[in-house]
Design a protein around this ligand. Structure first.
Ligand SMILES: Cc1cc2nc3c(=O)[nH]c(=O)nc-3n(C[C@H](O)[C@H](O)[C@H](O)COP(=O)(O)OP(=O)(O)OC[C@H]3O[C@@H](n4cnc5c(N)ncnc54)[C@H](O)[C@@H]3O)c2cc1C
Length: 418
């Protein structure tokens, strides 16, 4: 067992590491630069909407075992909600078609043989052609493994992979796409149920984790930005927080759970992903019409997914670098027109007036899931005997997701607690 483990960063990777260390009986201190925990997975009060919202809509699937375990440990498993089956309503804005993809619960994909459950305009044979993406060659891009065109691609495979990789699928890392598909669609509907933090990411993931840690004597130190690591004799000897330098004891160790751009600045010589992709979220303060499904896939528009919460409609657009410089009002008008059409607010003669809105553009939402970036993802171990890395950008085998972040924290904690 180590001395004190210093966890740097209270995003999900850092929180998951801290929780696992406490469970292993270690002594833990968490240092977070910001004034709140959660990193890229957080809630905040938005003044334009005058309500609490998330920095971005986050979708989990029932296959996300590490995320579900995290919530079970901190007593918040009931806060992630979703339909009992893997049913996904879709709307095609170009044709006006509406359908519900119904992935059966079992592992055998009977649904692809059923015209009422699969994507309209596709045949069972189309699905089998995408099977080769399940075990792709190392280092390949998706576009080198499957043909990124056709009805099934446009209406299902493309949107799913874009959401999972946050990168245009043709250039995306095939191995990451395969990992997601094997865990979810190929594992059957029980692994694909969509799960949403109904009350927000903060109340679901972050506040319960902080309370769990606090009740075990671990209070996160906020406003504690690590400025530099001092190294000596192949180990981290001190943590420099600017106003304070913390000398480490011989058995103390460090888990660095910060974004890659921070990790590479603190650790010269570290190779890490350095290309990012944006995510745009638009939020409208309006109660959705009764019966609006919690999540709707949108094809043929700017909007990709619509999330319906009790008091707002929220939109997600992934791989959205093309939109980060579009004027806010113009972008919001486009998005609102599409949202109103999908959830049927107003009609062609009397379009629904736009409610209070907000647009959140996260330029560095995730690292770009490109083969060249994948090669740069480091493992948890470093050149220093008492330093481990965690974060969604480390080599988790998954794209940048909550699941990957939590798994990375668990792995770093297991190594540190040895
Ligand atoms: C808009 C958006 C939508 C997303 N949608 C989904 C989704 O639908 N499903 C999904 O699974 N994932 C989604 N993700 C990805 C998910 O949010 C991330 O993978 C996850 O939150 C990353 O956690 P992390 O702990 O690795 O990193 P971060 O959350 O980046 O945490 C790093 C922490 O380190 C702190 N820090 C930085 N520098 C220092 C320093 N010098 N000293 C101390 N602390 C420091 C930061 O303040 C931060 O709290 C989305 C992300 C975004 C931005």
């Amino acid at each position: 067992m180590p001395g004190t483990v210093h966890v740097i960063g209270a995003g999900l990777a850092g929180l998951s590491a801290a929780i696992r260390l406490i469970l292993a009986g270690a002594k833990v201190v968490v240092h977070e630069a910001a004034g709140q925990a959660g990193g890229r997975c957080r809630s905040y009060h938005d003044p334009a909407l005058d309500m609490e919202i998330d920095n971005g809509n986050h979708l989990l699937l029932s296959a996300n075992q590490a995320a579900l375990d995290f919530l079970r440990i901190v007593g918040a498993a009931d806060k992630l909600v979703g339909p009992p089956h893997a049913d996904f309503p879709f709307v095609d804005l170009k044709t006006g078609e509406r359908w519900t993809l119904r992935i059966g619960d079992g592992r055998i994909p009977w649904w692809i043989f059923d015209g009422k459950r699969r994507v309209p305009g596709t045949t069972a044979r189309d699905y089998l052609a995408f099977g080769r993406l399940l075990w792709p060659p190392r280092d390949a891009a998706v576009g080198e493994v499957i043909a990124c065109k056709g009805t099934l691609y446009d209406r299902l495979v493309g949107p799913l992979l874009l959401a999972a990789l946050n990168t245009a699928p043709p250039e995306g890392t095939a191995a990451l796409a395969a990992a997601v598909l094997r865990l979810t669609v190929a594992a059957g509907g029980r692994a694909c149920r969509p799960l949403i933090a109904r009350d927000g990411l903060g109340p679901t993931f972050i506040a319960p984790a902080l309370a769990w840690l606090a009740s075990r004597g671990v209070n996160v130190g906020f406003g504690r930005r690590l400025r530099a690591l001092e190294m000596a004799a192949g180990k981290i000897a001190a943590l420099d927080f600017g106003d304070e330098t913390l000398r480490l004891g011989t058995d103390d160790c460090v888990i660095l759970a910060v974004p890659p751009v921070v990790a590479t600045a603190l650790l010269p010589g570290l190779d890490a992903p350095d290309e990012y992709r944006a995510i745009v979220n638009a939020h409208f303060r309006i109660a959705p019409p009764p019966g609006t499904p919690p999540i709707i896939g949108v094809i043929g528009g700017t909007v990709e997914w619509i999330f319906a919460f009790a008091d707002r409609l929220s939109v997600t657009i992934s791989g959205a670098d093309r939109l980060v410089d579009t004027p806010r009002e113009a972008l919001t008008n486009t998005i609102w027109d599409e949202v109103a059409a999908v959830v049927r607010l107003g009609d062609a003669n009397a379009p629904a007036p736009m409610p209070r809105w907000q647009i959140v553009r996260e330029r560095r939402a995730t690292f770009a899931a490109l083969p060249a970036q994948e090669r740069k993802r480091p493992g948890a171990a470093t050149a220093y005997a008492n330093l481990w890395l965690a974060g969604d950008w480390t080599a988790t085998g998954l794209p940048a997701t909550i699941e990957g972040a939590i798994q990375s924290g668990e792995r770093a904690a297991a190594l540190a607690a040895k």
